[in-house]
Design a protein around this ligand. Sequence first.
Ligand code: GAL
Length: 416
Amino acid sequence: MTFPDTFLWGTATAAHQVEGGNTASDFWAMEHAPGSLFAEPSGDACDHYRLFRDDLALLAGLGFTAYRFSIEWARVEPEDGVFSRAAIAHYRDVLAACHEFGLTPMVTLHHFTSPRWLMRYGGWEYAGTPERFAAYCRAVLAELGDSVPYVCTINEANIGPLLRGMLGISGDGAPVGIDLGGQDWRRPAAEALATTPDKLNPFLFTFSDAGIAVVKQAHMAAREAIRAVSPASQVGITLSLQDFQPLPGATEIADRMWAEQFEEYLPALQGDDFLGVQNYCRARIGTEGILPQPADAELTQAGYEYYPQALEPVLRRAATAGLPLFVTENGIATADDDRRVAFIETALDGVGRALADGVDIRGYFYWSALDNFEWMLGYTPRFGLIAVDRETQRRTPKNSAYHLGAVAGRHRRIRS
Ligand code: GAL
């Protein structure tokens, strides 16, 4: 399999999932409120805020050439309009370490978590959020832009229609099928965030049409702000895309879901430099929507079907955006690391075939570098190439880390 010499071989993380102590974020409050939807709180996570140098040195030593991580808005702007020079200096140190260790950094500016104060205004349904988000992006890139070659504004910007499709939620945000464990969590979480339940619209739980529009506007406003202060940084967004496989009679509904989750984002992406594609599995579509997994499906720890073949068709379809693509996330939660190696091999075979057919794919970031905080599921699912003992914070690379690192390392040697 031939990959271009410039192809980025990376792993991905997100601030809230690895840094620890993200106390100024909406998620921290939601994790600790009575009736929380979270299996456990994020706590110290992987203490990556303190241990980032060791982690980056480890990843570079394994052979990787790139690292995707997120900057935490809640740390940079812990109160409305109050920017933390200390937090920005921290991320300057992270970027410097990436460059020192030969890891091309790809920075995400929003990965699910937001500052607590945003929930006082209405979170991701508030019409002023795009402007607030752009102000934060401007502040970060004005300081750090010189060391940021690639920047993703918003992670999985299409989460609204994606979750609607998965949960069966109507346009006004009301659950019509399975809901997120009832609404009992809302009132105590709103109290913890000094807001009212109607204003508590965290990014991950906002499905309304209004919320979807806010996210698109936030991306466009951020892109403009970034371009103004850091014209050399390449700007993109990431979308979570599934391989939709319609059963007979379900093509129309599958096409409609693809339109909602992909095509309707394209106008907002006009002027972007790249598109980040995130894929974990396929979705079989029947006439009523997404079907349950086949009875004999191999399920991963995150509840997805083991289906690494999904990445290739998703990349081919995403190429219709007309933008260079990065696989910004692809991975598997499993305790069986042999399955992880097999998953990566199958996924990369697909990337290679798409590349050979001329699809412009510029890099592959495995999710995730470390076993980490998997949102509502807590620490149980193990996506990492590197195991983390959360008592001691000791890191132990798994076989899959050496495996993918060796693939990456061959290219690292060619490049240097
Ligand atoms: C993505 C998300 C990541 C990670 C991953 C695994 O949707 O961007 O933060 O949790 O899923 O489930």
